[in-house]
Ligand binder design. Structure first.
Ligand code: 13P
Length: 248
């Protein structure tokens, strides 16, 4: 049985005040949450979140990492820095990183490797654009994205990887994939893992991301191959985020 995982990706949205309100709000409702809950904060707020979530069930993640250990990489954040603030998770290969910052499959694979080498669990994001879906190439796109990581770290490493399927056309648009569309994609992803290693495929969590909200979360997470959600907009409101956490 795979545990439900709900991760909030705050993206570039935070202030000291909103972080305080949001985390206190989430913590106040965690008593009846069974899911594994992660919040992925912008780097300047990781220390604040670390302090607020001590001795709670909440886990901390970062939104990206650099593939180098240290050095002259202005503006970048290393795996060691992320761990220094008690984070156990890091988002890697988000479509915004791929499309806005030119991250290739090879760069994403390097980042997954560095995260794993440092004991961080990557939330490895994949997904097709609207154009690619309409051209019928969803399966080809997600296969290519996953294969690049398998080639780099091996299928066995997926024991320590969380996959997030985030169709680009559903991110921040209010257009959610239907449960059937999402389940079909997740089943395809799991079948690809199965071809490589059946037991790893059974344990690897595959989260859905893209306009998940309190109104659609239960139906999506209820699908056989959907093991939770990676939440953007709805993770910024404690009440909405908690409702999604409880949907699992
Ligand atoms: P939204 O939930 O705002 O669509 O964002 C999804 C996402 O990109 C999470 O990483």
């Amino acid at each position: 049985m795979r545990q439900v995982i709900v991760a909030g990706n705050w993206k570039m949205n935070a202030s000291k005040e909103t972080v305080n309100t949001l985390i206190m709000g989430i913590l106040s409702g965690m008593a009846d949450v069974d899911s594994n809950v992660i919040v992925c904060a912008p780097s300047p707020y990781m220390s604040q979140v670390e302090a607020l979530i001590t001795h709670s069930q909440l886990h901390l993640g970062a939104q990206d990492l650099n593939e180098n250990a240290s050095g002259a990489f202005t503006g970048e954040v290393s795996a060691d820095m992320i761990k220094d603030f008690g984070a156990q998770y890091v988002i890697v290969g988000h479509s915004e990183r791929r499309s806005l910052y030119g991250e290739t499959d090879e760069i994403v694979a390097s980042k997954v490797q560095v995260a794993l080498d440092n004991g961080l669990t990557p939330l490895f994001c994949i997904g097709e654009t609207l154009e690619q879906r309409e051209a019928g190439s969803m399966e080809a796109v997600v296969s290519r994205q996953i294969q690049a990581v398998i080639d780099r770290v091996g299928i066995g490493a997926f024991k320590n990887i969380i996959i997030a399927y985030e169709p680009v056309w559903a991110i921040g648009t209010g257009v959610t994939a239907s449960p059937q569309q999402a389940q079909d994609a997740h089943a395809f992803i799991r079948s690809m893992l199965t071809q490589n290693d059946a037991s790893v495929a059974q344990t690897t969590p595959i989260l859905y991301g893209g306009s998940m909200n309190p109104g659609n979360a239960a139906e999506l997470i209820g699908c056989e191959d959907i093991d939770g959600g990676l939440i953007g907009g709805a993770s910024l409101k404690a009440e909405d985020f908690l409702q999604i956490c409880k949907a699992g």
